[in-house]
Design a protein around this ligand. Sequence first.
Ligand code: CDP
Ligand code: MG
Length: 752
Amino acid sequence: YPDLEENDEDEHVEVQVHEMVPSFLTGEKIPTKAIALERVPEGEMAKAAAQAGKMAKERQENRPKEQSEWRKVLNRPLGKIDKSPMAQQRRRLPVYHQREALVEAIKNNPVVVIVGETGSGKTTQITQYLYEEGFAETGMIGCTQPRRVAAKSIAQRVADEVGTELGKLVGYSIRFENITSPDTKIKYMTDGMLQHEALADQNISAYSVLMLDEAHERTLSTDVLLPLVKAASKRRPDLRVIVTSATLDAAKFSEYFGNAPVLEIPGRTFPVEIVWPSKLESDYLAASLMQIMQIHMSEDEGDILVFLTGQEEIETACERLYERVKALGPAMAHTLEIMPVYSALPSEMQSRIFEVLPAGVRKCILATNIAETSLTIDGIRYVVDPGFVKLSVWDPQLGMNSLKIVPISRAQANQRAGRAGRTAPGKCYRLYTEQIFENEMSSSTVPEIQRQNLAHAALMLKAMGITDLLSFDFLDPPSRPALLGALVELYQLGAIDSEGLLTRVGRKMADFPMDPAMAKVLIRSADAGCAQEMLTIIAVLSMPSLFYRPSDSKQRDAADRARRRLSDGTGDHMTLLNIYNTWAKSGYSKQWCADNFIHERTLRRAKDVRHQLAGILQRYQHRLDACGGDAQLILQVLASGYFRNAAKISGTVYHTLIDNTEVAIHPASALFGKRTEYVLYHTLVFTSREYMHNVSAIQPSWLLNAAPAFFEKMDTNTKRRRTETIKPLFNRYSEHDDDWRISAQKKYVKYE
Ligand code: CDP
Ligand code: MG
């Protein structure tokens, strides 16, 4: 970075936005405003979802530290899992009767779409049939799963069926866990892992068969894999591709793969009676528990499956349910076995759902949507469906994808109900009304690619060598404006060049599971030697406010004084760093926080996030140096990612550079009341007026350096006018091509 302090012209530089469109997008209509990615459904269910999110947060914060009694019970040794009649069981699966037809179709067609009820044996059997038929002689039989847990547990099951140890003939590969060997012929993996393999080898040549399982789940990775596999299949006539999907989407997949044949495995299902309530309960967790108790007390034998949204919620529900059953008295206390299932649950615990229980004991499984299709549990006759799921959606404030509770789709609701009719007629208790089902739920889930941040997705595809995203063969293309916006953003961030090709820093940014702007700031900070500081600043920025202001006026004055003491002259970014560091020096003291009117819990959470971010940087061999709190350097690095958030003073107010909106520095800012020509803010929040939160003073020339494709210098007849009035910056950008983008060797990049 040029040392701008020593550049005497600086105070006279004026910049303005001159948004440049990369040449590969010439002629395109680029959207000017950010695209709203999240489609917020409206209605009662949406309100209940928001409420549930709030309650979950509260519970999380007030969780008792000691182990609950239910936990201790859960930790008892695992009972018997029925493995003996496995061969028989395999022959009873619906897929068994289709074996020959399946093998024949796969032999004769490069791509086959297979549909069948959950539990019919697609995932566990087809791979084995193909292995037995010799398909693994020229390569592995690979099978992708949207979820880590499913990949692991299915691999275990198949290894058991084959009668080998896991990791030999049958293996699995999920992030940070590769249980395979040179002998592995049947390999289960997450779709993300195969995507990673495709990054290195576009022909995916290690495999003779690829089964894209649960393709209807439409994870971002699956949506990215579909075109890659399609292309590989065209190049490799020997490759066999199998796509399994729910009935609803089969035709679509078939058409996508050039009218590939669709094979249906006739199911063996029993009728499921749907039970509707008269109204939506505001607290679905409480309503679920009541429903479970009612089933347990009054219905015939048969296990219960309840769909909740996540680990914390499931654990809370298990604990409460355990207490209620216990309260029924000694005779009843052991009649209900409560079992949680969620992806972070250790696999031994997960095996409990397959445990064989003594007669007269009913299983009650509380699961996330993992039990919708990925895991098959026999013996379920009662399903309780509150109608919610936790989904990853783009959070513009965090600049990251975050998990949010939202209503499920009708397709999901029906899939859930179906779980009750696998072995006998069943009942599904929905906790929402039929009206809500018809009017508020969407017919099917929006694919991830249409609801997540596309800048990141686009960057991943670029990193895979896909240069032309606009005509990329997506199954459901994201909207064109959303994609264009993402590409321009990547260009301005320097992740792709004017021809749309990935740059070196872009390649690095692709490794980070977050907003590219944030990824860039972190990478830059590592190169510039201020990663330690930046990690702290980014972590604290992603939290709600650290400060509290008591209502008592005397106390409030004390709080304001404390805040001023901790303030840094350059603004809020360095102030936040200062606060964190002082807290760290106090030994992460609770008392220090109390004395300074700082939320201790928020700081502790920031510490956690910081740790995670540091882990990512280290994983990709970035150095974690500290620069000793050099504000100039740190703020320049921040500008390299957040240059869009700049504002310039005019009179007593500021105007954003990007769209000239009138904004003001929030009174809580360290810069409040100071007059600084140019500032960088982290967020805009509209209350009584548009306020900038977390604001720091910057030099306009930093913006020029940070984003030459976004800013240009204004011609301002200054005293010592320079010859280099900036002409189309675009040219300069390409002349210096690799120069201004970072590299590990060059910290300082010259412009002249
Ligand atoms: O893929 P699909 O849903 O068609 O079925 P699957 O996952 O292959 O499961 C077939 C059968 O294997 C299930 O009905 C279960 O009885 C059994 N299974 C099991 O007992 N334990 C597992 N971990 C997986 C499957
Ligand atoms: Mg399956």
